[in-house]
Design a binder for this molecule. Structure first.
Ligand code: HSE
Length: 433
């Protein structure tokens, strides 16, 4: 049977993995799709650069049009990254009736709807499994595996860099800056780690997960984002003392009225929660469905071969659709209009560390503020600090609305007995709560 020709945009870490998998798994791929897969052209910046894979030089080009305008190329695989420039290439590929597989979460989180529309108009597939949690087949699990269920909540450790940093800080009792440096030396963290440690990378992935999982167009701007740069060894020490583990967690939840909340923030999980044991650079997505209950998808969130596995599996999906003549029908039109929860509809527990003046009445003043907002405590620790006149109070609340909790924090800031609010983190237990 005639070979399927593909063009690749990019031959970096993921691109090299794609070439390797297509070469090493030829027999399996041939069995799945019923024809050979031929890489016809690869767009690179520099043809003479040494590569991680052996590639005949005539396959390389610095001219994207040799791929985008080649009528023999059926599928374009985009693994070069970037947003505006890359979007132009993908729009052109789709307009030329080429199916597109991309690993690009930055692009899909912002321009996913537009690209889907153009793909559907041209009868083309647009797949992007590798854009969220690298090697974990989470998008297909949400759209196909859990198609019969109503997803109520997703919690994701979807950034490997920050999970690596938090794991090391927790296990070694080390400071953030020290561990970040180690992560950069080991190649786990980028030279400019801003979008990872600031939570933006995870927010982009949560935008994609929420849009697919809730069948609702969620935008990146809807995601409330907080990163990990302010976390201290003391925060982690006291959290551990109360039985919690810190993770940078993407949380997406929906209520009975199909109102949703999507956020990314450092979050404390009970040590026995399945996500609490997802360590180092690994990723995991916990999905709670109305019928299925708890599920969890675990694996490598980045890396050459893991990410390329998702890319090539998407390619298999495209070719199977070509055989069946059903390309371009996979874009899921959102079932629900966007409805976001307001701050009085988002409920959670909170962990709070305060430094207070150790005087008569201090504790009563603090509890007075909480009781005014009808928020009670689940756990409390109080310890004297080295400077005798001050004490450390660590507490965990019962469920409170975000609105009440933010008001409580503002009132605590103004309380003369409170010297400093050291930190405040969301606490999750999973399922609906
Ligand atoms: N910078 C990302 C991470 C890579 O650390 O998880 C995968 O998107």
């Amino acid at each position: 049977m005639k070979a399927i020709s593909i063009g690749m945009l990019g031959l970096g870490t993921v691109g090299s993995g794609v070439v390797t998998i297509i070469e090493n798994h030829q027999d399996k791929l041939m069995h799945q799709v019923g024809c050979p897969i031929k890489i016809k052209k690869i767009l690179v910046n520099n043809i003479n650069k040494p590569r991680a894979v052996e590639i005949p030089q005539e396959l390389l080009t610095t001219n994207a049009n040799e791929i985008l305008e080649d009528p023999e190329i059926d599928v374009v695989i985009e693994v070069m990254g970037g947003v505006d420039h890359t979007k132009g290439y993908l729009l052109k590929a789709l307009q030329q009736k080429k199916h597109v597989v991309t690993a690009n979460k930055d692009l899909m989180a912002v321009y996913g709807t537009e690209l889907h529309t153009v793909a559907a108009e041209n009868g083309c597939d647009l797949f992007y499994e590798a854009s969220v949690a690298g090697g974990i087949p989470i998008l297909r699990s949400l759209v196909d595996g859990l198609a019969s269920d109503r997803i109520l909540k997703m919690m994701g450790i979807v950034n490997g860099t920050t999970n690596f940093i938090l794991t090391k800080m927790t296990k070694q009792g080390a400071a953030y800056a020290e561990v970040l440096k180690e992560a950069q030396e080991l190649g786990f963290a980028e030279a400019d780690p801003t979008s990872d440690v600031g939570g933006l990378d995870a927010a982009r992935k949560m935008t994609i997960l929420a849009t697919l999982g809730f069948s609702m167009k969620v935008d990146l701007d809807d995601v409330k984002v907080q990163g990990i740069t302010q976390i201290t060894e003391d925060d982690l020490k006291y959290a551990k003392q109360l039985g919690y583990t810190m993770k940078l967690l993407g949380i997406a939840s929906r209520d009975e009225d199909d109102k949703v909340e999507v956020s990314v923030q450092p979050t404390l999980l009970p040590e026995n929660h399945p996500l609490a044991s997802v360590n180092d650079e690994y990723n995991a997505v916990y999905v709670f469905g109305d019928a299925v209950g708890e599920t969890m998808f675990y694996g490598p969130g980045a890396g050459s071969l893991p990410t390329a596995t998702s890319v090539v599996s998407d390619l298999v999906g495209v070719i199977k659709n070509m055989r069946l003549g059903v390309n371009g029908r996979s874009a899921v039109t959102p079932q629900y209009p966007k409805k976001l929860k307001s701050a009085d509809e988002i409920f959670s527990k909170y962990f709070l560390r305060l430094h207070v003046y150790d005087e008569v009445g201090t504790f009563a003043d603090i509890t007075g503020i909480f009781s005014k907002h009808k928020v009670s405590f689940e756990k409390i620790l109080q310890m004297p600090l080295k400077r005798k006149e001050t004490a450390e109070i660590v507490l965990v609340t019962h469920h409170a609305s975000l609105k009440d909790y933010e008001e409580i924090l503002n009132e605590l800031k103004d309380l003369p007995a409170v010297k400093e609010i050291k930190c405040s983190y969301r606490v999750e237990r999973g399922e609906r709560g």
